[in-house]
Design a protein around this ligand. Structure first.
Ligand SMILES: *Cc1c(COP(=O)(O)O)cnc(C)c1O
Length: 350
């Protein structure tokens, strides 16, 4: 089976080999306060920085999911939080934060339009600007250029970015925002159960002093400064991330490959009238998740036929559950698998 589901998604073929190595090397039983663990964590931090082009003064943190990142950010910053969203994940982040901080402000924008945050008056002179860089539910993204513009206009705010389905696949200019996070079951090609959060010095200095929760940012950062974690972490996933990053190219190169594949998909669908990208505006279309819309019965049939041929297409999400399906364009998927999918679509769609 080849899965094109955008999370959990295809894992790298080498994962079973790495798991075996972790077992053989005794990694699965190491103490998380031991020097062995600390050096694994430090080495992984270096790899994340190198392969994702993270500025040197940013701090890498490991949490258990993107959802936990929502929670940690909400409880660790006292100012207002402004959420800009056009789809289900951005909305969930907003609603999650609102439960913790009732004054949280949400702004819904059109998914086919470029985000223009000046449409909302950010009355607070600082606070958090929360963006979903890659909206996995509808296949939109916010460009580096747009985030750079926001950075320039709102210098005192903390910019927090959900890049769960793009970090590790799309080339992102990390220096343009303060907090980035992603869970590893999307572009990193790993099993679920860990997330990576990347914080600027400004993001770290503005955190509140609370240590009320085990996952208060304060506690997480204190432990990270000793190359440790607040609790017994997912050491296996940390090891797997280390191995995968050791063997993959820089994200700039990976992103080029993904862009070429996306071009091939779009050219193919351009010649078909039955299925069209949900997002018509190329300026806001994601590089890593493609959402196609069409007749619901036809899509159901297509997904069934695909399954019979060993291809799993991603279901539509939320309000687009019926009229769309999704194709992950993630790094662990091979060129020949993309080819196989296009060939399948070519013979199945008239
Ligand atoms: C998948 C996803 C999440 C949730 O990730 P978890 O690891 O399940 O917490 C959050 N935001 C976006 C954009 C996602 O794609």
């Amino acid at each position: 089976m080849i899965t094109f589901y955008p999370g959990p998604s295809r894992v790298y073929d080498k994962v079973p080999k790495y798991v075996k190595e972790a077992f053989d090397e005794g990694i699965l039983s190491i103490n998380h306060r031991s020097p062995e663990f600390m050096s694994l964590l430090e080495h992984t931090n270096q790899l994340v920085k190198k392969k994702l082009n993270v500025p040197d003064d940013y701090q890498i943190l490991y949490l258990s999911s993107a959802t936990e990142c929502w929670q940690v950010i909400a409880q660790s910053y006292d100012g207002l939080s402004y959420h800009f969203y056009n789809g289900a994940f951005g909305k969930k982040w907003f609603e999650n934060t609102k439960k913790i901080k009732p004054l949280t402000i949400g702004y819904h924008y059109d998914m086919n339009k470029v985000l223009n945050i000046s449409e909302l008056d950010l009355s607070g002179k600082d606070g958090l600007i929360c963006l979903t860089q890659n909206e996995t539910s509808n296949g939109t993204c916010i460009s580096n250029k747009r985030i750079a513009k926001i950075r320039k206009e709102y210098t005192d705010h903390i910019i927090a970015v959900d890049a769960t389905s793009s970090l590790g696949g799309a080339k992102l200019n990390i220096e343009n925002a303060d907090i980035w996070y992603a869970s590893v079951q999307k572009c990193f090609g790993l099993p679920a159960g860990m997330s990576v959060m990347i914080c600027s010095p400004k993001a770290l200095s503005r955190r509140n002093e609370s240590n009320k929760y085990y996952n208060s940012l304060n506690n997480i950062v204190d432990n990270a400064s000793k190359s440790q974690t607040t609790h017994t972490p997912n050491v296996l996933n940390l090891y797997l991330l280390n191995k995968v990053l050791s063997s993959t190219k820089n994200v700039a190169k990976i992103s080029q490959t993904l862009q070429e594949r996306m071009k091939a998909y779009l050219e193919f669908f351009d010649s078909r009238v039955e299925l069209k990208p949900l997002i018509a505006n190329p300026k806001v279309r994601s590089e890593t998740v493609l959402v196609l819309q069409g007749n619901p019965e036809m899509i159901t049939k297509l997904k069934e036929e695909a399954r019979e041929e060993g291809i799993i297409l991603g279901n539509g999400y939320g309000e687009y559950k019926n009229g769309t399906f999704r194709i992950a364009n993630f790094p662990a998927i091979k060129n020949k698998e993309v080819q196989a999918l296009i060939e399948f679509l070519d013979k199945s769609i008239n």
